[in-house]
Design a protein around this ligand. Structure first.
Ligand code: SF4
Ligand code: SF4
Length: 435
């Protein structure tokens, strides 16, 4: 059978072999955590603790200030030592709570509930909301909001995104191999909350072991299917995934819920299960630490708030002098100027690129109108025009070329023979236009 896919896209070398076979390891508990109060799309949280206050692991330290917001909890027990603004992975200053770890690992009171499936959809959704769960693939959209579609937009399908199409990243792959039944339980909870009778897990077929494990884990579930996808970037983008699996198209400017679909990442499904089963808030996640610039690439379960520097050290430190450190994957991630930035709920990877892996060009050329970027754009846009208009300062005009439909996958930039920084131009226009 032909593998499911979408139109456009590219096949960058994936380098997943560096870490895909390495089991998830517990990262050591950091002596100090820096926990951002804004780790999601939406309103930042309001701090609920004071300097000097003692906290237990899982205690609330930031409460939501709007519907599109998610609470933040501490990932260690200890004492609050500072409240200050720190840069996040994108370089924006965000408020954060700094906590010194007392090493006692004292948990706040959690409510274990083996009968979680007997809870009502509203009660399950409340647990997801209270646990501060956000999209862990990197988008960080609060999960309870996705679980609250308006009445006029009924949902009939939930898709778990196990594509993990970004090169290098293997955190979701390892979760599928090591905890497949937790993912299926998470999916079943999501389906119950949304009143949906059909669920899919979409996986690129370069992860045969994950496909096998997920098929095994879902074998008793008649309404859950594992969909094998072609290996292609950006196969894991929501709109591409939906097109590939159920052949529905999200309208321009629309959302998956407009066509009856909710998509959640593999890690998010596990967090949903842990919240409903154990009452556990989202305070840790699996992070792939990889690239030829780090000695022993691997997958670490790391506390939110752990400085990235400590994860790199846990993987043997740098190999010679690295050329670049990126949080996330190489296509959509963000290059860092410091490795003191902490792990957040959306941190899927720490990619340390060596000189040999990294290519850079100070200068880019004019558009030679080769059309390559248009051929590969999964959204059917004209990236060449977007970049030219933005370069010349015609920011408002980019809207006529559907600037806002660009989800910044970087595919166009990857293929451009003139090395034009198309995504950067897109981001510039997005930040300057009047919406
Ligand atoms: S224009 Fe946007 S959506 Fe299209 S390939 Fe470029 S970054 Fe991706
Ligand atoms: S790939 Fe680069 S050079 Fe070719 S059309 Fe697009 S922007 Fe122009």
């Amino acid at each position: 059978m032909a593998l499911l896919t979408f139109k456009g896209g590219v096949h960058p070398p994936d380098h997943k072999e560096l870490s895909s076979g390495i089991p998830i390891k517990e990262a050591s508990s950091p002596s100090r955590v820096l926990i951002q109060l804004s780790q999601h799309i939406g309103a930042p949280c309001k701090c609920t603790v004071q300097i000097g206050q003692e906290v237990k692991k899982g205690d609330l330290i930031g409460e939501p200030t709007g519907f599109v917001s998610a609470p933040v909890h501490t990932s260690v027990s200890g004492k609050v030592v500072a409240l200050m603004d720190i840069p996040n992975a994108m370089g924006r200053m965000v408020p954060a709570v700094i906590i010194d770890n007392n090493g006692k690992e004292e948990w706040t009171q959690l409510r274990d509930n083996p009968d979680y499936m007997k809870l009502s959809p509203e009660e399950l959704k409340e647990k997801v909301k209270d646990a501060g769960i956000v999209g862990m693939g990197g988008a960080t959209f609060p999960t309870h909001v996705k679980l609250s579609p308006p009445k006029e937009k009924p949902i009939d399908v939930v898709i778990i995104n196990g594509a993990e199409c970004e090169p290098y990243l293997t955190a979701d792959h390892r979760l599928m191999v090591e905890t497949p039944s937790d993912i299926i339980e998470g999916l079943k909870i999501l389906m119950k909350v949304l009143g949906v009778s059909k669920g899919y897990v979409g996986i690129e077929n370069n992860k045969p072991d994950a496909i096998e494990k997920m098929k095994e884990a879902s074998s008793g579930e008649a309404n859950i299917e594992v969909a094998e996808l072609e290996v292609k970037y950006p196969q894991g983008a929501e709109k591409m995934l939906i097109k590939a699996i159920i052949d529905r198209e999200v309208p321009a400017g629309g959302l998956p819920m407009d066509i009856g679909v909710v998509v959640q990442n593999v890690g998010t499904a596990v967090a949903v299960f842990e919240a409903c089963r154990y009452g556990k808030p989202l305070i840790e996640r699996v992070v792939t630490v990889t690239g030829l610039g780090v000695k022993n690439p691997g997958n670490l379960r790391a506390r939110v708030g752990t400085p990235v520097r400590e994860l790199i050290e846990a993987c043997g430190g740098f190999n010679n002098s690295p050329a670049k450190v990126i949080l996330g994957g190489p296509m959509m991630g963000f290059a860092q100027y410091t490795i003191d930035v902490p792990v957040a709920k959306g941190t899927s990877g720490v990619l340390v690129m060596s000189e040999e892996e990294h290519s850079t060009s100070d200068k880019y050329g004019p558009c030679i109108r080769c059309g390559s970027c248009i051929d590969v754009c999964p959204m059917g846009l004209m990236p060449s025009m977007l970049s030219i208009l933005s370069e010349k300062g015609f920011y408002e005009e980019t809207k006529e070329y559907n600037l806002l439909d660009c989800f910044e996958c970087g595919t166009c930039t990857y293929v451009c023979p003139s090395k034009r920084p198309i995504v950067q131009f897109v981001r510039l226009s997005k930040s300057l236009i009047k919406r």
